[in-house]
Design a protein. Structure first.
Ligand code: FAD
Length: 407
């Protein structure tokens, strides 16, 4: 059995800078603000971290799950960690006077009090592979397709990009993401860090049986505040042409995964490029439509106008008895403003019917700001039916049935 550590010895929580993809998930998840970052690294403050493990399950790469035994007085400072290019070597455990230092296991992962979604996948999800290719060992993919999927008369320039992996293994599941390493250097003269993109294709490829996958990438021309900005990676990707080579790392993600058992229902709620994982899951189901394995599919999809909805044309061709599509348009001429949360309330009866079935999983993907609105809408429909939302919300998280991916 592991003995407790002597007070002078710290099992210091550190983040591997070579694996970390700077997605900010850990910093957002930490309930006590122990994680911070600069342009180089994400780091854990040893004076604040209490080893609660809330940040560990949500990390898509596992970079967060690193620990170093150090003498407490010699803990790696935040300043030192911000300068790391790689983790320091493991040292022999410091031995405290009169005691033999033993390795204590970190606490069991605790969901952060504020985490809206589950830290575990649905029980029947397939096993995901992660980190097969890293910053140090990226793989090279070839662009085999790149075209715009939003109206050319709109400001929203979203591309469908297909990458082929040739003979190299790149096993993925719907809901996972990959990292793209854009060429060139950042303002500090370092190689750009990877940007994450959700898969838009199912596990068996954009074209079934081919070793390829697709992404849905929005060209970033403004920052979140609306000021002009030139997004490094999104512009690089949207400008790629057929046969260009791209450096890829990943795959990432081990919780935002679809259930695999027959009869599982999906409620998918998304805006903009948040449609990527929903397209992947929907296409997975569409390809096995004849098998009779599919449960019910319900989609809430928000955009400003129809012309800004990626994949609008193919989506509307799907049979209504296969997927229940609800489009929320916030700036369509001559129509009242509608957001996904409005439609969830409008469709309360169907949403409640699905929520009552433990075979139902809910996926939310898109803009960060949609989390609160969606949770409020789910709470409202539940409360109006006389149920206790906090009990249902806890069950959905515990059972891996409610998943968020917002950025
Ligand atoms: P940067 O050069 O990093 O940033 C330029 C400026 O734009 C900065 O001021 C930055 O704050 C701001 N900015 C960054 N991102 C956005 C944004 N999305 N909207 C407006 N302003 C922004 N993006 C997709 O297009 N499709 C996806 O499927 C997708 N999946 C993601 C999945 C995960 C898990 C995460 C964490 C992110 C995902 N993203 C996706 C976002 C993507 O990783 C990049 O952040 C985005 O493409 C911007 O990168 P950039 O290099 O172009 O911009």
């Amino acid at each position: 059995m592991n003995a407790p550590l002597p007070a002078e010895v710290l099992k210091q929580h550190v983040i591997d800078p070579e694996i970390c993809i700077r997605c900010n998930t850990c910093e957002e998840t930490c309930p006590i603000d122990a994680i911070t970052h600069d342009a180089n690294n994400y780091v854990v403050d040893p004076d604040i971290c209490n080893g609660c493990m809330a940040c560990v399950p949500p990390c898509p790469t596992g970079a967060i799950d690193n620990w170093r035994l150090v003498a407490r007085a010699e803990a790696h400072s935040v300043h030192d960690q911000l300068g790391w290019e790689e983790l320091p070597q493991e040292q022999a455990p410091p031995v405290a006077a009169g005691a033999e230092a033993a390795v204590a296991e970190p606490a069991a992962p605790q969901p952060a009090a504020a985490a809206p979604g589950a830290a575990v996948p649905p029980w029947s999800a397939a096993h995901p592979y992660v980190n097969l290719y890293t910053h140090k060992t990226p793989m090279t993919a070839t662009v085999v397709g790149n075209y715009r999927v939003t109206g050319t008369d709109t400001d929203s320039d979203i591309h469908h990009i297909v990458l082929d992996f040739g003979e190299l293994p790149f096993p993925v599941l719907e809901g996972q993401s990959i990292g793209i390493l854009p060429p060139g250097l950042d303002a500090q003269g370092r190689p750009h860090h990877a940007r994450q993109y959700s898969l838009a294709s199912p596990r068996d490829g954009e074209r079934a049986g081919y070793n390829n996958l697709s992404l849905t990438v929005k060209r970033v021309t403004e920052d979140h505040a609306g000021a002009a900005a030139h997004g490094v990676c999104s512009n690089y990707l949207c400008d790629l042409v057929k046969n260009d080579k791209v450096q890829v790392i990943g795959p990432f993600g081990h919780t935002f995964l679809m259930p695999n058992h027959p009869g599982a229902n999906l409620i998918m709620i998304c805006t903009g490029t948040g449609s990527a994982p929903m397209r992947a899951m929907t296409e997975r189901c569409r390809r096995r439509i004849e098998s009779g394995e599919n449960g019910k599919l319900m989609l809430f999809f928000g955009a400003r106008t129809e012309r800004e909805l990626p994949y609008f044309g193919p989506l509307m061709k799907l049979p209504p008895d296969f997927i229940d599509i609800n489009l929320a348009l916030s700036r369509e001429a001559g129509q009242p403003k509608r957001y996904v949360q409005d439609l969830i309330r409008d469709r309360a009866a169907k949403v409640l019917e699905l929520l009552a079935d433990r075979n139902t999983c809910i996926y939310v993907c898109g803009l960060k700001g949609m989390e609160t609105g969606v949770l409020d809408a789910l709470r409202d429909v539940t409360v109006q039916s006389g149920q206790d939302w906090s009990i249902l919300h806890d069950a959905l998280r515990r059972e891996g049935r409610l998943h968020f991916e917002t950025y």
